[in-house]
Design a protein around this ligand. Sequence first.
Ligand code: NAP
Length: 409
Amino acid sequence: MKELYDLGELPPTGAVPAKMHASVIRRERFGAPVQAFQGEVVDVPAVGRGQALIYVMAAGINYNNVWAALGKPVDVIAARRRKGEAEDFHIGGSECSGIVWAVGDGVHNVAVGDHVVVSGGVWDEGARDIRLGADPMTSASNRAWGYETNFGSFAQFTVVNDYQCVPKPERLSWAQAAAYVLSGATAYRQLTGWHPNVVRPGDPVLIWGGSGGLGSMAIQITRALGGTPIAVASSKERAEYCLGLGAQGVIDRNDYTHWGRLPDIDDADASGRWLQEVRRFGSAFWEHLGERRAPRIVFEHVGQDTIPTSVYLCDNAGMVVLCGGTTGYHGDVDLRFLWMRQKRLQGSHGFNLRQCHELSRLIANGDVDPCLSHTGDFADIGKLHQLMHDNLHPCGNMAVRINAPGDDE
Ligand code: NAP
């Protein structure tokens, strides 16, 4: 057996080389993602109890490793070093498809040779809060694998907990299978996880960034559950993409000017202008919906620029459900609308195993498409994160081939 194999070169089944190729972020390279990720050769991580070593075929590109590359809002390398981890680098990647290559003691639900999709939520199954019945995603032990933890999927091999593995839907290519879980299952939790504010047949749902990773999944899941998705996008091409996925209508956010933080409450002129714009936006929502109903769920991840609009537009007793803040973290809320109309502003993060498996079933059945729009190579990892950072990436989800052959589509 060789010490190091080329990308795509298959080691003898079950044989684990000492070294592997990985796309690595280092603190001295923090900044533009295109520079921050560089190919290096590192040690293959060891497999512990309850874990599996995965020969990575393809990996999904997600926004969290844009943040990792920038080194903000969290320096993930420094955070782990403070907790005693030795590595002074970060191997990102929070989802992938691959082949189970080795398993540790106590692993029963996957075996060497299985084709799997790897999901990105990790936690301590023995944690006190989980043992007392908490959803693992709310556990203090919860981490985003390949973002808060090291040795993610941007490498030839990765070590995962056995529960992260989901059977790979057979109809998908390696790249398609690599790119749907993180955005799809996160969207699924947002739309189904917060009773009683779950999508019901006929519910109008407003979906920001409808052509993005989360948004493309949210449109399809809303449709699959019988809701009516109205998306927001910033170009004609993106709007067409949303319509193709099942959006009933698309609002072009470039037609409005009221984004960002709310004007000062004592500034009557500015507040009046804001109200006029947000009402104009609300009228566009009604127009696309074909009736004067407010969104029962607003699907949020944009944050500072859009939260005031989301909270204002949301239906009485409806929910704004948020899993990120791409444009900033100070989302202004006019509390009057929140309490008088009894609206809910709900944080949502990742997904639990049930949500992951349910979403995977929708994908396997063909009810939701993985929306893979671009597949790059290992060397493109930095470039694709840069496109995402600059909001110039193609619609839907992106993946890179790690060990998968060039004709995997
Ligand atoms: P994405 O593919 O880049 O999609 C985000 C979309 O947001 C873009 O397509 C863009 O669409 C829209 N957008 C950008 N700037 C905007 C603005 N100023 N106003 C309104 N819309 C804007 O990213 P993603 O993968 O969907 O992730 C989105 C966010 O969610 C990221 O911050 C990510 O970190 C977070 N996230 C969190 C979790 C979690 O579990 N907590 C999971 C996944 C993602 P248009 O320009 O066409 O409007």
